[in-house]
Design a binder for this molecule. Structure first.
Ligand SMILES: CC(C)(COP(=O)(O)OP(=O)(O)OC[C@H]1O[C@@H](n2cnc3c(N)ncnc32)[C@H](O)[C@@H]1OP(=O)(O)O)[C@@H](O)C(=O)NCCC(=O)NCCS
Length: 179
């Protein structure tokens, strides 16, 4: 899978991406609200291999993809799309140097378009920790609606976590494209 947006090429990971990924996969500021990490280079390589296994599945239901700058090819982060029935879930993580420039929203929007058009999804959702205003900001910017808070639905790192849940339906997305 490869998608092109105004400023990004969204492509499959390659083994050579480890170094660029390590620049954010071991950054405590990037990992502040994530339930994964910090990664060692070996863990990041395992993740790339896992992404390659997803790519080999048919029909493909899981995408872990690299976000790269169209003009330089630099890898600036990663995004994900996971499909269950008519529902999809998206996620995103960026190297801190590239925050606040609209890249996550650009990538999320491309994954919404792909999920609705290519997979015929009806609803795509995303979740974040309640304090993660940047992640919620992406969900709002791509037109998702807040559904509510899932209370203590995740157990990780020795504690329960709440999540904010946002989603967008296929007809809402189509309406947004026309507007
Ligand atoms: C979440 C993350 C991917 C956002 O990336 P980004 O490219 O900076 O986001 P965007 O520039 O597309 O911003 C989208 C919206 O969120 C807002 N936003 C961005 N950072 C924000 C912050 N720290 N606080 C409040 N709002 C913020 C932007 O202003 C924008 O809203 P607008 O359309 O009203 O201007 C990035 O902060 C990140 O990688 N965080 C660490 C990993 C992570 O937490 N991932 C999500 C796990 S659920």
């Amino acid at each position: 899978m490869q998608l092109e947006t105004e400023r990004l090429i969204i492509r499959e990971y390659e083994a050579a991406d480890v170094d660029a990924m390590q620049r954010y996969c071991a950054d405590p500021e990037v990992l502040r609200y994530t339930l994964w990490g910090p990664n060692t280079p070996e863990m990041t390589l395992n993740f790339i291999n896992m992404a390659a296994d997803y790519r080999a599945e048919s029909p493909r239901m899981k995408y872990e993809v690299a976000l790269t700058l169209k003009d330089s090819g630099e890898l600036i982060g990663g995004s994900a799309l996971y499909i269950t029935g008519f529902n999809g879930e998206i996620g995103y993580t960026l190297n801190r140097s590239f925050w606040g420039k609209g890249y996550a929203s650009e990538a999320a929007d491309a994954l919404l378009a792909y999920g609705f058009a290519h997979h015929g999804l009806h609803r795509i959702f995303a979740t974040c920790r309640p304090a993660n205003a940047a992640s919620a900001g992406v969900m709002k910017r791509v037109g998702m609606t807040r559904e509510g808070r899932m209370r203590e639905h995740l157990w990780a790192k020795g504690q329960w976590f709440d999540s904010e849940l946002y989603s967008i339906l296929v007809h809402e997305y189509a309406g947004k494209q026309k507007a």
